[in-house]
Design a protein around this ligand. Structure first.
Ligand code: NAD
Ligand code: DAU
Length: 350
C-alpha cells in the first residue's frame, strides 16, 4: 500500500485529487491530508471520504517543520504532493506577504523535511517522490501567438506567480543539488466542483444565482486555457507514476477562451436551465493590476511521453460544473457568508 502525503487537500484541486485517487485506487492507497484550513480550505469538500480507514486528516501548516517531522516519523511516506498554497492573484496584489510565506518558505520547509527522511548515504530511498503542483502563470503572459513549453523562460508578473516560480526554483535546486526525486507540474486554469467562489467561474455562477452584477476586468478579452479539474488530477497521477525524475511537465486543456466568452456561456447555460439571468448583469470594471493577457499551454511533452490527453471537453465540463453548483447550494451557502461578503465588498466595492 502506497502512502501519499497530500498538502492543501481541503482546497479545490487537492480535494478533487483525493476523490480521484480513492475512486481509482480504493483500498490500495493510504492518504494523509495536511491542511491548515485557511479561508480556502473546506472540510465539506471531503465529507464522503472522511471516515475511510485509509484516510487521515491532519490540521497543520507546511511551514511547521516540527509537525511535518512527526508525520514523517510516524508514517512511511512514498509520495508528497504539494498543493498547499495561497492561490488567488487578486489577494496577492493586495497582500503579498502570506504568499511569500506559504508558497516559498512552506515549500522549502516541506521539501527539506522530505529530504531529511528520504535521504540515505548514497542517494535516496527507493520509490520516493516529491511532486510540486505549480502553474502556467510562472511563464508570464503571451501575445496573440505562441504557447508555453517547459523550456519557456519563467517571467512571472504577480506576487502570486512570482511566489510559485520561486517555489519551483527551490524544488529544482533540490534535484540539481541533491538529486532528490522530484517532478514539477505546471497546469493551466482548472474548473470544476469545489472551487472557491473568488475565482472567475464559480464567482460568476454564484452571482448569476444571486442576480448580482458580473464583474469583468478590463475589456474581458484576456485568454485562459481551461482544463476540467478531474483531467488535471489524472495528469498528476500519471506524473507521479511515470514522470521521469527531475522533469517539469506542462498540463493544459488546449481550450483557450476569452473571459467574456466564459461569462456569456455561463449565462446562456443557466438561462437554459430556467434561471432568470441576463447579459445585462455584466459590468466591465477596473482591470486587474499587471493583468496577464493570455495563457496557453503546449502539452506535447506530457502527451507524447506519458500519453496524457484530457478526457472531458469544454462543453461537458462546463455543464457538469454548472450543475454541480446548482445541486450544491448548501456547500456554496456555507461559504458565501460574512467573511466572503467582506472580501467581496472590499474587492468589488459592493
Ligand atoms: P485553493 O486555494 O483552493 O486551496 C489551497 C489549499 O491549501 C487550501 O485548502 C488551504 O487551506 C491550504 N493551505 C494554504 N496555506 C497552507 C499552509 N501554509 N499549510 C497547509 N495548507 C495550506 O487552491 P487550488 O486552486 O486548489 O490550487 C492548488 C494548487 O494548484 C496551488 O498550488 C496552485 O498554485 C496550483 N494551481 C492551481 C490552478 C487553478 O486553476 N486553481 C491551476 C494550476 C495550478
Ligand atoms: O493559470 C493557472 C492559474 O489560474 C492558477 O495558478 C491560479 O491559482 C488560479 O487562480 C488561476 O489564476 P487566474 O488569475 O487566471 O484565475 P481567476 O479565476 O482569478 O481569473 C481568470 C480570469 O478572469 C483572469 O483573466 C481575471 C478574470 N476575472 C477574474 C475575476 C475573479 C474577471 O474578469 N473578473 C473577476 O471577478
Amino acid at each position: 500500500m502506497k502512502t501519499y502525503l497530500i498538502t492543501g487537500g481541503a482546497g479545490f484541486i487537492g480535494s478533487n485529487f483525493i476523490h480521484y485517487m480513492f475512486n481509482k485506487y480504493k483500498e490500495e492507497i493510504f492518504i494523509i491530508n495536511i491542511d491548515n484550513l485557511t479561508y480556502a480550505g473546506n472540510l465539506n469538500n471531503l465529507k464522503n471520504i472522511e471516515n475511510l480507514n485509509n484516510y487521515k486528516f491532519i490540521k497543520g501548516d507546511i511551514c511547521d517543520a516540527e509537525n511535518l517531522s512527526k508525520i514523517f516519523k510516524t508514517y512511511d511516506i512514498e509520495y508528497v504532493v504539494n498543493f498547499a498554497a495561497e492561490s488567488h492573484v487578486d489577494r496577492s496584489i493586495e497582500d503579498p506577504s502570506i504568499f511569500v510565506k506559504t508558497n516559498i518558505l512552506g515549500t522549502q520547509v516541506l521539501i527539506e523535511i522530505a529530504k531529511k527522511y528520504w535521504k540515505m548515504k548514497n542517494g535516496f530511498k527507493e520509490g520516493k517522490k516529491y511532486i510540486q503542483i505549480s502553474t502556467d502563470e510562472v511563464y508570464g503572459s503571451l501575445g496573440e501567438d505562441g504557447y508555453f513549453t517547459e523550456k519557456t523562460l519563467i517571467d512571472p508578473h504577480s506576487p502570486y506567480s512570482s511566489s510559485k516560480a520561486s517555489a519551483d526554483l527551490i524544488v529544482k535546486a533540490y534535484y540539481d543539488t541533491y538529486r532528490m526525486p522530484i517532478n514539477i507540474t505546471r497546469c493551466s486554469n482548472n474548473y470544476g466542483p469545489y472551487q472557491f467562489p473568488e475565482k472567475l467561474i464559480p464567482l460568476i455562477i454564484n452571482n448569476c444565482i444571486k442576480n448580482r452584477d458580473i464583474p469583468i476586468y478590463g475589456d474581458g478579452k484576456n485568454v485562459r486555457d481551461w482544463l476540467y479539474v478531474e483531467d488535471h488530477c489524472a495528469a498528476i497521477d500519471l506524473v507521479i507514476n511515470e514522470g521521469a525524475v527531475g522533469e517539469i511537465y506542462n498540463i493544459g486543456g488546449n481550450n483557450e477562451k476569452q473571459n467574456i466568452e466564459i461569462v456569456k456561456y455561463i449565462i446562456y447555460a443557466l438561462k437554459h436551465k430556467g434561471l432568470d439571468v441576463e447579459e445585462a448583469l455584466i459590468r466591465y470594471v477596473e482591470d486587474r493590476k499587471g493583468h496577464d493577457r493570455r495563457y496557453a499551454i503546449d502539452s506535447t511533452k506530457i502527451r507524447e511521453e506519458l500519453r496524457f490527453n484530457p478526457s472531458v471537453n469544454f462543453n461537458d465540463g462546463m455543464l457538469r460544473t454548472i450543475e454541480w453548483y446548482l445541486n450544491n447550494k448548501d456547500w456554496l451557502g456555507k461559504i458565501v457568508n460574512g467573511d466572503y461578503m467582506n472580501y467581496y465588498k472590499k474587492f468589488y466595492g459592493r
